[in-house]
Design a protein around this ligand. Structure first.
Ligand code: NAI
Length: 349
């Protein structure tokens, strides 16, 4: 197996700068692809040294959303908004209303939602000035609200499918090391416990770890020990970049499947894992349950449709793993290639 570095970024379609002196709005909306539908991706509010850094981040994240939405089978392209957190005081509602006006002006080419640094309240303000927003509280039993339970469910069904492939068994009796017990990690632990898996957990908030251990019988490790836990499966549900050249030397698990974004510090790590016969389930393939719920809110799908699509996460993962085997490449690279083929412009576009 050889590593083919064909992961150079695809250029974005549109970089729309945001500047509004009255409200302090500063940043960018990047539309990476609308090949499959409106470009969807959250709005991040973060401290950036300058506009260039914000645009760089938005460009990278927007491309990731194109891949994730494509492989999730959604009729959506990829985009992202990045807003710079002003140094001084901030009228959040006014700033997000101004942001919404720009989103509205893009005529539905970009759909926004919460992301790091933004909240449901912020999206409520955005919704005052545009229709093209999701991540609002659920109404009348329709999709909406916290996406984490759907993310956890998708990771769980992906893990079930991958365990059949890697171990030839269900999760019953396997040991899963879960890193991070936030919204996704806690929900995943509940599903794993119900499925008969043994749990090893680590969390920087000891009281949270203790509560999960009481409920599920999990063994608690210190945060710096969890990568090296004696487990069959490692489930990263905290930080990005957790698997690098140093940490994979300590990894005891032979399968990696979790909710965290950007698990691999660099794409080459996927190749290193494959060479060690460690099955890596690509992060954006297995953690797409949340975006499926967000998409359903915007597209007007039912909750049953969300459940059906999230339930197919295992099938989508197996398709990627099959492609990796057929091409002799690492699963992360196989996912990128499949996604790129789906969003590539076709003759006549
Ligand atoms: P969260 O913020 O609720 O949970 C993260 C947890 O990890 C926190 O409890 C934190 O204390 C803990 N933590 C931080 N550093 C740690 C360390 N070194 N060791 C152990 N625990 C540590 O976030 P959430 O929503 O559960 O998301 C988890 C991951 O999944 C993130 O990477 C996020 O980007 C990703 N993700 C989440 C989605 C969602 O629907 N919430 C959707 C797709 C991806």
């Amino acid at each position: 197996m050889s590593y083919h570095p064909d992961t150079a970024p695809l250029p974005p379609m549109l970089v729309h700068r945001l500047e509004d002196a009255d409200t302090g709005l500063s940043g960018a909306i990047v539309i990476h692809s609308t090949r499959l539908g409106p470009a969807a991706g959250g709005c991040r509010l973060w401290t950036y040294p300058d506009l260039g850094a914000a645009i760089g981040d938005a460009t990278r994240l927007a491309e990731g959303m194109s891949y994730k939405n494509a492989l999730a089978g959604l009729p959506l392209g990829g985009g992202k908004a990045v807003l710079r957190l002003p140094a001084g005081g901030l009228d959040r509602a006014a700033m997000f209303r101004a942001f919404g006006r720009v989103v509205e002006g893009l005529g539905g080419r970009y759909v926004t939602a919460e992301d790091v640094g933004t909240s449901v309240d912020d999206m409520r303000a955005v919704a005052e000035t545009t229709r093209h927003v999701a991540g609002l509280p659920p109404q009348d039993g329709r999709p909406g609200g916290n996406p984490s339970p759907f993310t956890a469910r998708g990771v769980f069904v992906a893990m079930q499918a991958a365990a059949q492939r890697r171990f030839g068994s269900s999760l019953d009796g396997l040991t899963v090391a879960v890193q991070g017990l936030g919204n996704v990690g806690r929900a995943l632990c509940t599903l794993l416990h119900e499925a008969g898996a043994r749990l090893i957990v680590a969390e920087t908030r000891p009281d949270v770890a203790e509560a999960v251990a009481q409920r599920t019988g999990a063994l608690i490790l210190m945060p710096d020990e969890i990568v090296a836990a004696r487990a069959d499966i490692f489930a990263p549900c905290a930080l990005g970049g957790v698997l690098d050249r140093a940490s994979i030397d300590r990894l005891q698990a032979v399968m990696v499947c979790g909710g965290a974004n950007n698990v691999l510090a660099s794409p080459e790590i996927g190749q290193c894992l494959a060479e060690r016969d460690i099955l890596y389930c690509p992060d954006y393939v297995v953690n797409a349950g949340g975006i499926i719920n967000v998409a359903a809110e915007y597209l007007g799908w039912s909750q049953d449709e969300v459940d059906r699509r999230v339930g197919e996460t295992g099938r989508r993962l197996l398709r990627v793993l099959h492609h990796a085997d057929a091409e002799g490449i690492a699963p992360n690279l196989a996912a990128d290639r499949l996604a790129r083929a789906m969003i590539a412009p076709r003759v006549g576009d």
